[in-house]
Write a protein that binds this ligand. Sequence first.
Ligand code: ADP
Ligand code: GLC
Length: 470
Amino acid sequence: MKTGGLADVSGALPVALHGLGLDIKLLIPGYPEVLSKCRDTKPFATLDNPFAPGDVQLLESHLPDTDLPVLIVAYDAFFNRPGGPYQTSAGSDWPDNALRFGLLSYVAAWLGSSGNTSAWQPDIVHCNDWQTGLAPAYLRFWQGRKARSILTIHNLAYQGVFGAEMLHALQLPPESFKLQGLEYYGQLSFLKAGLFYCDRITTVSPTYAQEIQHESLGFGMQGLLHERRGVLTGIINGIDNQEWNPEIDPHLDKPFTALRLHDKAQNKSALQQEVGLHVHAQAPLVAIISRMTYQKGSDVILGLMNDLVREGVQFVLLGSGDKALERAFRELALNHPGRISVTIGYDERLSHRIEASADIFLMPSRFEPCGLNQMYSQRYGTPPVAHATGGLADTIVDATPENIAAGLASGILFYDMHFHTVIAALRHAVHLYRHDPNVWRQIQLAGMAKDFSWQNSAQEYLKLYRSLDA
Ligand code: ADP
Ligand code: GLC
């Protein structure tokens, strides 16, 4: 169920870990798409739903096209409904989210507890984001055998905060509702529950692991995270090298490699035609693919487009999110036909074609736990221009004179998130692209040569799991 990068990670990391020999099963709610794509299910277990009438079926299947076992939490009244996983089609949160993700957490904890009498007894429950945050809390308070727990933060901005009255409904003990617990300014926070009660905390880049211990990016959790820094690590995400491989990408007009970089040109002209830009080989083409939110700096992008277009730059943007931003981008595109192309929506195929065809990839994120597009773009010979924060700082080597001389530069970073620093960095990239083709090519090739595969990170997770044995 893809709404962002967590889906890419959930689809690739467990497969990599399985490849290392781990006995691992992926637990996922029975959303309509999950039920229709995971066929050949067999019953794994049946539990009473602690929060609503009837039984919850746990069904076992496989992640499509892999041999990774998947356990599906099948409870139709909670999960098998049209709309998004977290929100209605109109964009408001589902009113029963506390119970829906309480159930997901509950089942995860149950698997790691003595309630689970099946032959498969996990030693570790590895949770991701607030939706699974109650699992470590249940494990902490239940009696009997229990698995160790890890919580991975993909985005601290989403915390799953609900009214205090949910404590009872979610069968959490009253003693959990305190500062040293899951209470958050008089409310109940799923994320805080996870962060407080889990055995290990990870996040998706080393830089973000540091940043979240401070007020500016801690989203209120900085105190707790700093206190728990001894069990907090940052492990950078990898990317799926098969899915994102310019040599065999079925979505491209002309697949290419580092040795045939000139073939990018054919993709560029095809894309310009497809999205209604003037077909112009020399015009620097800047790409943006992202959720339109404050996090991603969409407002800053909106503000700089006019200036850059006047300097002969083209923009191709794919994204959706904040309705006011969507409207503003659409309007800007109407004012600059042939120079700014805006596609509102979610389009996997187009995202691959944009990564391959653009010259520069823009990511002015205010914060970015990891970010995946900057890795995809480097792999496709499209150097990123990005804010040196979180995973962007950890995966992009800035084009300083020293890094260029050493052949390491793979993009352009700016260190302060201001309108003028973003525009200066973008102009720097455009200048190199236009007037220093050898250096530009070297930056492209350095990015393409980088290893962003999951192998190294999967090993890091394995080490972390082993450390829980002690
Ligand atoms: P986040 O998870 O914060 O949104 P990431 O960079 O980790 O950011 O991951 C975003 C993922 O979603 C990437 O795979 C990106 O290509 C994809 N994506 C975002 N918006 C769109 C869109 N409109 N169409 C297609 N893919 C998109
Ligand atoms: C979140 C973050 C993003 C990260 C992704 C996967 O959505 O915003 O930076 O890459 O999770 O970990």
